[in-house]
Design a protein. Sequence first.
Length: 498
Amino acid sequence: MIPKILTATVIGLDAELIEVETDVANGLPATIVVGLPDAAVQESRERVKSAIKHSGFSYPQTRVAINLAPADLPKVGTQFDLPIAISILLASEQCSFDPAGKLFIGELSLDGLLRPVPGVLAIAIAAQKAGITELFVPKENALEASLVSIGVRPVEKLSDLLLHLIGTQQLPTVSKAEVVKPEPIPVVDFADVAGQEVAKRALEIASSGGHNLLLYGPPGSGKTLLAKALSGILPPLATSEALEVTKIYSIAGRLPSGVMYERPLRNPHHTTSHVALVGGGSIPKPGEITLAHRGILFLDEFPEFPRNVLEALRQPLEDGIVTVSRAKSTLTFPAKFILVAAMNPCPCGYASDNTKRCSCLPSQIIRYQKKISGPLLDRIDLHIEVPRLAYETMMAETERESSRQVRKRVELARAVQYKRFGKAKTNSEMSAPEVRKFCESNDEAKTLLREAAQKFQMSGRTIHRLLKVARTIADLSQSTTIEEKHLAEALQYRVKSE
């Protein structure tokens, strides 16, 4: 009877269960792996052979055929090493156990030790859905896997696992981990940013409602400093959000520890390619916008990015997802992030500066600003001018609010939104029916909105985004209705781009 050992492979952001079948038959010594394995899976033959020998067992000196089923699904990664080794030992009758309800993943070193692999959380979720009762993972992946309610057994080396399977010794089970939310440590504290009160207020609104933000002004005015300060006033990830972000970083192989507690801050250079930003490859992988999911995507020197790269942001900014299509597969990745863009008003940077003369021709300024298309600007909710500060303002020894104080107000506003929607969802994610339902305005606000829409010829998208920002401002003031002052404040962040 041919043994069937369960493992899994990651496709996109989800895992698919794989059966490893091994047949040990008479013939010249050879090991054949079939079932669309990639180079890493093919190379597992040498790792497995050495690991089995160094674990006190013998590798069959016959023909070994290994099938990874279903055979039409591409198999990528080194997590197949462990299940292949177990399958070979079971097929060659060097050990005996019931593989039902067990799933194995892990990369083997030549001496039989297990190395961590990416995508363990996604595999654990798939195993739980399939009714798997025991999940055997490398020791370093145990914390990540234990975020799912499933029996996780950490394995340090192949010999320990084999002793457990035959009943000689027992591997411990890791209890379900709880997502702890530590106090966020700001990259830049609000108290260290002098002046720029309008920009600080805009950052507070953006973080409260998840709104996109554009900062523009002369070089050295503090645009980059403000963008980095935004991460310090964002609330910790909700439990559901933490699991989403951890899963993404695990699959991308960038998980710094067992769980992602802090909201990600991604800051790609303006030479970043289209594929690196959006995601892709022959087997699509997450790009920067997916790595920024539930966090911040900061694009400094915004007009310097290639036009096709910037235009690729339009769908994710509108839908919160990005769909990557290739000849072999089409995958959808989440991309709900706060876009923070920073730019100069012209090539030399001083078109809006009152103290330094701009050296650009009018045609150069127009050409520079047109690098950012109207539809893309229309998807950015808050347009903030960051002027040059006077020396006295920069050096003034005044008491300023810290990031922690601002974050408390942001957390209160988010709590209102989470209660409103019944889940971890912000105002920026409202659909059109939700805008009509939750963005109730008084008569004065309705009159102001009608006059502004007619005067600035606002599109339907602009009006909806304006209402979402006004709803966030109302939430910050704990108001159930959008009042005229809330709409007026939201309007002043939009009219510059109309």
